[in-house]
Design a protein around this ligand. Structure first.
Ligand SMILES: Nc1ncnc2c1ncn2[C@@H]1O[C@H](COP(=O)(O)OP(=O)(O)OP(=O)(O)O)[C@@H](O)[C@H]1O
Ligand SMILES: O=P(O)(O)OC[C@H]1O[C@H](OP(=O)(O)OP(=O)(O)O)[C@H](O)[C@@H]1O
Ligand SMILES: [Mg+2]
Length: 285
């Protein structure tokens, strides 16, 4: 039986979360001892540990069938591979930044300026569209140092909290690209591999849905049930169980985590008591 080969980052920002995602999908594999390839014991998959920048090329060449990379690396690579699923972790943005004392008004600032980046393809396309001529200085890391050492007038690099920019005396002035970890695949997977990918995707989506939702339990007088049901639209309809306390019920439902804080006050006002919110491990819908 064929196995699906998935390439993940060996060490770096994506490694731990990529491994965790596979584990949450119930996939067991030996990991450690510096091995760069390992086989899952309970799922037809092999895991390759690589530098993230190399993954698009390997997926295009079918050295690996799948990969987990940042969208920024996918776009920069210009490889012909499919974006199969956004994974919702390692969110960041690719932004332009300049020394904090710079008077910055618009993108015109960058005309004929030097910009240091590890993302020359994304950046040159960005400025080409704007018809602004710039000089791109390609460096592979520690980009934030470039203006300070006289290498460039500005930079284009990954920003998340903004603390690296701040500690290097820079300010973010334009966002070029939003990014998060994505699952990518070769264009031309054979049918047996497509079937394994479908199974893996189903598991990934169940894990993600579970994270986005919470199980909620609350007690309410029966007279308030209808009102509370309208505040809390469940997956289908909520489960309602009678309580030992007369004319009271316990209501169980599923709620999106981001909606929960919006409705909590409404629930209390409507008469809900003893509200419990519990994480869901897997969610199959
Ligand atoms: N500060 C951050 N917050 C969130 N996500 C980030 C951050 N920095 C980078 N990322 C994301 O994680 C990916 C990997 O980042 P990392 O810094 O580990 O890459 P790298 O140094 O190129 O690693 P490698 O040694 O494998 O080439 C980036 O391409 C980006 O998508
Ligand atoms: O906005 P912040 O939260 O400060 O994050 C941004 C920094 O994170 C990344 O580097 P990383 O720390 O991964 O080191 P690297 O340059 O060695 O990849 C990125 O290249 C930025 O420098
Ligand atoms: Mg890299």
């Amino acid at each position: 039986m064929s196995k699906l080969k998935i390439a993940i980052q060996k060490s770096g920002r994506l490694s731990e979360k990529s491994i965790k995602l596979l584990e949450e999908c119930g996939i067991k594999f030996p990991n450690g001892g510096g091995k760069l390839i390992t086989e899952a014991t309970n799922f037809p998959i092999e895991i390759l540990f690589l530098r993230d920048d190399d993954i698009p090329q390997y997926v295009e060449q079918q050295v690996a069938d799948l990969g987990i990379i940042g969208e920024n690396v996918l776009v920069e690579s210009k490889k012909k591979i499919n974006l199969v699923e956004k994974l919702g972790f390692s969110s960041c943005r690719l932004s332009l930044a300049v020394p904090k004392e710079t008077q910055y008004e618009s993108l015109e600032f960058f005309r004929n300026k030097r910009i240091a980046t590890s993302y020359p393809n994304i950046l040159s396309e960005y400025f080409q569209k704007l018809q602004i001529e710039v000089t791109i200085e390609v460096i592979s890391g520690s980009v934030e140092i470039a203006p300070g050492i006289g290498l460039a007038d500005g930079i284009c690099d990954i920003v998340s909290s903004g603390s690296t920019l701040l500690s290097n005396g820079l300010k973010e002035v334009e966002k070029v690209l939003d990014s998060q970890a994505v699952l990518v695949a070769n264009h031309d997977l054979e049918d047996s591999k497509k079937q394994i990918l479908e199974k893996l995707l189903f598991r990934i989506q169940s894990v993600r849905k579970a994270k986005e939702n919470k199980y909620i339990l609350l007690n309410t007088p029966n007279s308030k049930l209808e009102k509370i049901k309208t505040i809390l639209p469940g997956m289908n309809s909520p489960t309602i169980l009678p309580l030992a306390k007369e004319s009271w019920s316990s209501l169980h439902s599923v709620i999106r985590e981001d909606k929960f804080w919006e409705v909590i006050d409404e629930l209390k006002e409507a008469g809900a008591e003893g509200i419990l919110v519990i994480p869901i491990e897997k969610m199959i819908v």
